[in-house]
Write a protein that binds this ligand. Structure first.
Ligand code: AHM
Ligand code: MG
Length: 337
């Protein structure tokens, strides 16, 4: 069989990309390779979920008091396992675990990075064959190398991220990651079990058709958000510039679509939950980093998400992310008293 050398695998691409940085030690590409491996394992289980009775509630609640599905646990263990055994990660924080896990061993203590992740986002969709995903965020440690990582390593503002990414387990499986030099997407080729570069240099279109928000909470949203949603509805017309509403309820899938096609995703605070639902460290910061590197904008309605100084691991924030011009229009509404 002839080998098609136009196809670059995730590993080939990251090695090539980081070769451009003379100070690069290869640790970051190794970390991304580890995450790619975990994603492949999670993908296998997600795809056979309906067959092996892995579906359904695990019967426990996570630290946010939400019910945990079995696949969440599997995905969490896979991510933790590859990162613990890899050579690049000193510790992890996960949406599924109350506290961080510091890998206190000789190799890990010398590792430069820590990783935060939501192992399986959109888990309410597992039982019904709807796209779900993994989200991750990588920081360089601020603690002393050679010693165990500390909590401060994990509580850095998002603007300190070195890389961030997500995997969508959808009609095909795609891994997208961003570094300071750009955003690239790799589709899993099931015939060879490799993520292959399919979406080079992703740029979010400056405007788009899609607005994504849970209309069920409409009457609990702030007035300014309601006004903006009304404005979006006013654009649902039969013209090329018109908007249309799309909301899957899996942030990875909703934001991925809007990133590629152009659009805006909103999870505002509500009267009952003023900080909304989404977690700053595991969901909003990674997507804000990816969005900005792709030319889009991410805010909490008041400030750039990446500039928020986190104070706790599981804090939540209202979240607005999307195409530049759509976000600018949203901001004119949010500024109104
Ligand atoms: P999860 O991490 O428990 O799966 O929750 C996060 C998900 C996001 O993917 C999605 O955008 C949101 O919850 C949907 O929430 P809602 O049903 O309240 O609109
Ligand atoms: Mg989540």
């Amino acid at each position: 069989m002839a080998i098609d050398r136009r196809i670059l695998t995730l590993d080939e691409f990251t090695i090539q990309q980081f070769r451009g940085f003379p100070q690069a030690t290869g640790e970051l590409s190794s970390l991304l390779r580890d995450i790619g491996l975990a994603a492949k394992r999670i993908n296998v289980e997600v795809n056979k979920a309906g067959l092996v009775d892995i579906l359904g509630d695990y019967g426990t609640t996570n630290v946010q008091g939400e019910e945990v599905k079995k696949l969440d646990i599997f995905a969490n263990n896979q991510m933790m396992g590859v990162l613990r055994h890899g050579i690049s990660c000193a510790g992890i924080g996960s949406e599924e675990m109350e506290d961080v896990v510091i890998f206190d061993d000789e190799t890990s203590n010398k590792s430069k990075y820590v990783c935060l992740f939501d192992p399986l986002d959109g888990s309410a969709n597992i039982d019904v064959n709807v796209s779900i995903g993994t989200i991750f965020s990588i920081y360089k440690r601020v603690s002393e190398l050679g010693k165990p990582a500390t909590k401060e390593d994990f509580l850095q503002p998002g603007n300190k991220q070195v890389a961030a990414g997500y995997v969508v387990y959808g009609s095909s499986t795609i891994l997208v990651y961003a570094t300071k030099v750009g955003v690239n997407g790799f589709t899993l080729d099931p015939s060879i079990g490799e993520f292959s570069l399919s979406h080079p240099d992703i740029k979010c279109p400056p405007t788009g058709k899609f607005y994504s928000v849970n209309h069920g909470f409409f009457f609990q949203y702030p007035k300014q958000v309601q006004d903006y949603i009304h404005a979006c509805q006013g654009k649902v017309l039969d013209t090329p510039e018109s908007y249309t509403q799309r909301y899957i309820g899996s942030m990875v899938a909703d934001v991925h679509r809007n990133l590629i096609k152009g659009g805006i995703f909103m999870y505002p605070g509500t009267a009952k939950k003023p900080n909304g639902k989404l977690r700053l460290l595991y969901e909003c910061n990674p997507f804000a980093f990816i969005a900005e590197k792709a030319g889009a904008i991410a805010t909490n309605g008041k400030q750039r998400v990446l500039d928020i100084q986190p104070t706790s691991l599981h804090e939540r924030t209202p979240f607005y992310v999307g195409s530049k011009l759509m976000m600018e229009e949203l901001e004119t509404y949010l500024k109104q008293a």
